[in-house]
Design a binder for this molecule. Structure first.
Ligand SMILES: [Zn+2]
Length: 290
């Protein structure tokens, strides 16, 4: 019996010729990005939909890409997650997390011999390239200016911790709590609670520029504190999560936050974003069942 890679191509809706120049797909590349690079390599009009390649709405992109590029089904499916999605061209899902896409590390692209921008599918922890020490963007923002993290080993350490948390406590729990934690850390900054480590890191990363919440330097700067808070909020040692802010359990929790997250700041006052979260138990992220 023929393997998928040696099986004859299914019948084509029309004559499809192999392209003069084929390019390899980048790992987790979006179909639109791959279409564009194929079009560029062959001097065709780029529209990201595959129209210039002869791919029409309703066509099976896997069958046509096999014919156009001469590449195996396995290699295309491995690199292009949309080809395995229930509906081609819809966002793929990893462990219940819908994936988003952003620019791939430009240094990884250069290493693969790719000079153009590549868009690839990512999950929430894909914020940096460990190999090249570049900040690539958080789930809430995207950057074309990939920040150099040389000199910021604490950001790389936080990324390692982030991935460990996902492995131990579940992707959905950590994703939801991380997004909440990142917002809390930023609110502390905006409220003048200036966490010394976050402020110092942001000053070095922004190099004199002013920043809004969407600036990649902001997310890179607050990332270690957001991961540390995520760890505490999901820690089995602190479950059930503190709710009553006057309870001794909660005070111990807030002291722990001051020691390990906020550089000594003890969350205080009704406007404190963490205390507001603790007050409103209903706003706590749902935990995965483990
Ligand atoms: Zn890289």
């Amino acid at each position: 019996m023929a393997s998928p890679d040696t099986a004859p191509l299914p019948s084509m809706p029309r004559l499809v010729r192999i392209l003069p120049r084929s390019v390899a797909p980048f790992p987790r590349e979006t179909l639109a990005s791959y279409f564009r690079r194929l079009e560029l390599a062959n001097g065709l009009t780029t529209d990201r939909t595959g129209t210039s390649l002869g791919i029409a709405q309703g066509d099976d992109p896997l069958t046509l890409l096999r014919a156009l590029t001469g590449r195996t089904e396995a290699s295309l499916r491995f690199a292009l997650p949309e080809l395995d999605a229930p509906q081609h061209r819809s966002a793929p899902v990893l462990d219940d997390e819908p994936m988003r896409h952003h620019l791939a590390c430009t240094h990884c692209c250069y290493r693969a011999g790719i000079g153009e921008h590549v868009r690839r599918w990512v999950v929430h922890e894909d914020v940096l390239c460990r190999c090249h020490r570049r900040w690539l963007g958080s789930p809430e923002e995207e950057t074309t200016d990939q920040l150099d993290l040389t000199g910021h080993p604490e950001v790389l350490d936080a990324h390692r911790r982030h991935r460990r948390l996902i492995a131990r406590r579940g992707r959905r729990t950590i994703r939801d709590t991380y997004l909440t934690s990142a917002r809390i850390v930023w609110d502390w900054q905006c409220q003048g609670r200036r966490l010394a480590s976050v402020t110092a890191r942001l000053d070095r990363l922004r190099e004199g520029r002013s920043c809004t919440y969407l600036d990649p330097a902001v997310h890179a700067a607050l990332y270690p504190a957001a991961v540390a808070l995520t760890d505490l909020l999901t820690s089995p040692a602190w479950q059930p999560a503190p709710v009553d802010t006057d309870h001794p359990h909660t005070r111990r929790f807030l002291h722990r936050v001051a020691e390990t997250v906020t550089d000594g700041y003890y969350p205080t006052g009704g406007q404190d974003p963490l205390r507001r979260l603790l007050h409103n138990a209903a706003s706590m992220p749902q935990r995965d069942a483990h």
